[in-house]
Design a protein around this ligand. Structure first.
Ligand SMILES: [Zn+2]
Length: 398
């Protein structure tokens, strides 16, 4: 009996997929190229996510050509950094839910990895994919909690809903001084670790048996926008929205046509006020979790400076994955870029507002095969955020 043919097929035409296939006729020499986002942002390249079929038991060698050019553009002005491709491998998955790392190497200007898949179909991504249907399932599954209301913050350029989760304790006698705490994620769609982080954070906030979450929600209303850029997510972009805008440069004057996502969320923030904000990102180069704080905004103050450092310490006490002592990379700029969410929010609302960066690479302090930086670890890191916010919520306002 003859076995049916198993032709090799490689492509990025899957949810949140992104890759250009140059050649996939020989499993030992699969040639790929990164796709650039629309728009003027020179950094808007680097994400990939694709599927390979007919690969079981075959030694596949994937070569993403010319990644070094993109790396050089990213590192302009901070050349002492290791680039985002060195010393790190892609995430791979057979079932699109569990992801594992495989090693990769730099070869000239190219990025090369070999894999002998155990199954016929395997998925590869720069970091574990977080497709839109996973978010839909997550939000749908949270709806049983009496602490949660699900609404729509606004619509994207292409008309997709921006989900807004409002989480607080459903008491009969609400504390009218409950602090408005905003969490936004995925302004940059390729930084998928932010979504796993949000899953961990929201799951813990809704846990009826968790005393820290319960106490926090007596003092706070937590607003969560889990995906600020659903078009970019759907289109497999690295940083841009569907109009080619880098949303994290739009906060001073968001254009309703070009960046309706920021316009809508900013409008809601004006309505609720903001006492705390966290904007969740991922960093391709650095091997640590780090925060940017409201330390360089025009109206910076000893109060905000103290709150920021108290928040850092509280997080460090809650999780060894938040290590103290990582100053903002490249040193503090003399003036804050108010086009960025965290700076604009801090300046507008005189509040503790932070930028969170999780690593694409493994963290340096615990870099081993048994505990790599992974979706599972990002989820737990998100859960630990609840302790950190609880540690400062009583002091967010004088
Ligand atoms: Zn980012």
């Amino acid at each position: 009996m003859s076995t049916p043919e198993r032709p090799l097929s490689v492509g990025g035409d899957i949810p949140t997929g992104s890759i250009e296939v140059l050649s996939a006729s020989d499993p030992g020499d699969i040639r790929l190229r990164l796709k650039r986002d629309p728009g003027p942002d020179v950094l808007a390249i680097g994400y990939y996510h694709f599927r390979a079929a007919g690969v079981r038991g075959r030694r596949c060698r994937f070569r993403i050509v010319d990644v070094r050019k993109d790396a050089a553009e990213r590192l302009a002005g901070r050349e002492d950094y290791e680039d985002g491709w060195t010393g790190t491998g892609p995430h791979a998955s057979y079932d699109r839910r569990h992801w594992f790392r495989i090693p990769a190497a730099i070869d000239g200007a190219d990025y090369v990895f070999e894999h002998v898949p155990e199954h016929d179909v395997c998925y590869y991504a720069r970091w574990a994919a977080y497709p839109p249907d996973r978010l839909l399932d997550f939000v749908a599954g949270c709806q049983g909690s009496p602490r949660l209301r699900v609404g729509t913050a606004g619509r994207s350029v292409q008309g997709r809903d921006l989900d807004l989760l409002t989480i607080t304790a459903p008491d009969d006698t609400p504390d009218t001084r409950r602090r408005a705490c905003w969490i936004v994620a995925r302004q940059h769609p390729s930084e998928t670790m932010a979504s796993w982080f949000v899953e961990g954070l929201v799951t813990r906030l809704l846990d009826p048996h968790d005393p820290v979450a319960a106490d926090l929600l007596r003092h706070a209303v937590v607003y969560v926008v889990p995906d600020m850029n659903p078009d970019g997510t759907a289109l497999g972009h690295t940083r841009a929205n569907a109009a080619g805008a880098n949303l994290n440069r739009e906060w001073i004057a968001p254009d309703p046509e070009r960046s309706p996502e920021v316009h809508a969320v900013r409008t809601l923030m004006e309505r609720t006020g903001v006492d705390f904000a966290c904007d969740c990102h991922g960093d391709e180069e650095l091997r640590c979790n780090f925060l940017g704080g409201p330390l360089e905004i025009p109206s910076r103050s000893a109060r905000l400076d103290g709150l920021f450092h108290d928040f850092e310490r509280a997080w460090h006490d809650a999780s060894p994955d938040y290590q103290l002592g990582h100053p903002y990379p490249g040193g503090a700029p003399a003036t804050a870029d108010l086009r960025m969410a965290w700076n604009w929010i801090a300046e507008r609302f005189d509040c503790l507002s932070v930028l969170l960066e999780q690593p694409f690479k493994d963290t340096a302090w615990r870099q081993n095969a048994a505990l790599p930086w992974s979706p599972e670890r990002a989820v737990r890191f998100g859960a630990s955020f609840v302790d950190a916010l609880h540690g400062v919520v009583g002091r967010l306002r004088p």
